[in-house]
Write a protein that binds this ligand. Sequence first.
Ligand code: SAM
Length: 467
Amino acid sequence: MRKSQQLSFLEESIALAIDEWTFNGASTRELTHCYHDYPARMIPQIAEKLIDLYGRGAKMLFDPYCGTGTSLVEGVIRGIDVIGTDINPLAGMIAQAKTSLPDFFVLDNSIRHFNDFVFRSQPIKLEKPPFIPGISKIEFWFKSQVIEKLLRLKIFIDTLEDDEVRLFFKIAFSETVRESSNTRNDEFKLYRYGPEKLRLFNPNVFSMMSLKLKRNRLGLERFAELMSQFKDFPTAKIYGFNTVEGIPEEYIKKNSIDIVVTSPPYGDSHTTVAYGQYSRLSAAWLGLEEPEGVDRKLMGGKLQKKIPRLPSKHLVETIESISQKDSKRALEVASFYHELHQSVTNIAQVIKPGGFACYVVGNRKVKGTVLPTDVAIMDFFSALGYEHVDTHHRIIPNKRMPLRNSPTNATGVLEETMTREYIVIMRRKRMGVVSEKKSIYYASSKRKKSKLRKKKVVKRKTKRQKR
Ligand SMILES: C[S@@+](CC[C@H](N)C(=O)[O-])C[C@H]1O[C@@H](n2cnc3c(N)ncnc32)[C@H](O)[C@@H]1O
């Protein structure tokens, strides 16, 4: 084979390997995955493939940045108990709904009541705009006819007695709030429509909600069909703890997780995806905790005083090169990776020896420099007694991501964001014990081995001495 032929064969194999994980044109809204839009959602096909490849026989799956729960849904339909956490309360609520099975009789009755209610309920006379904690200028974000209808929907939802049915309605309501608001729908951040679009914008709130209930009911039916194969339903527990700070033992025991399937944020929400802004209006209407404070709490939201130490040579060199151009930006970037590293350190301890960590990550550009998050994840886990199994590549075909972002935070200064994702697979060594002391990592298997070696030497010596 000639060199050029060899090269094209290699190129073709790479393209095929990328294709395998790209899932171009696949439907990503089957089952309860249809419930609610969300920024940078993982596509179900990736979670499915990861569980099939690395989670055979798994009993417990964990997603530490579960968002709307894509990997959790894929876990439960395979009979695996799942645990998720996300510090965006709206995301947690959606994940909870997507893994719940409300009683169909009660649900269908409630949908019927809802349709009656929509036709019969009388408009509420509002003397002044209502106060919704978390939305300071309600009339800026919603037209008054929309506010009045949303209020009526909220009153109806509050009358529903069954917790799971009420949750089902709240999720449809949440998307209705976002879509009937004056926010541009093609943006995750809160940007108001321009005057011309706003003048013509007259959403039909009730039919929006009604269509969402119908769509979600269909998705739920398919989900229920799959779940009916299990005598004992797998459990889904969704929390709001922050793995950067630790993992509460009462929720997840050390060495208890078979597989982690997750997609962490690409960077801080200020310069990448603003999950908090996306969720703010719905979260406020739903009465969730501190809707305006979410983005600050998310990974990378807290600036470190100085560039922290990180166990990844490639990442550290990249941050140094950014620092030469802009030291403040380098500190912001390093603060994000510091938290990601702390989170990995905690997650590494709850995975069983032999268990897998599957991270779907993107390598974004800052100041023209690509940040090697895939390598960083590999290095962080490797320093904690994990081995690298594989890194799969995929092209992001239609993920609604800002294709350009503003990394300098200056209007008009735009930079391409990534269109490729990396799926990094790490496996905890069977003998590896994860422990950290002042950012020095010990794989105690090595220590054990050296102790064993010492013992052998002592034995040999004593034999020789005897001779
Ligand atoms: C890429 S999204 C995950 C999307 C999810 N896989 C899905 O399919 O919907 C990343 C998530 O990480 C969450 N997040 C950011 N920082 C976090 C932290 N410190 N702890 C837990 N979740 C965090 C965000 O709220 C966001 O929902």
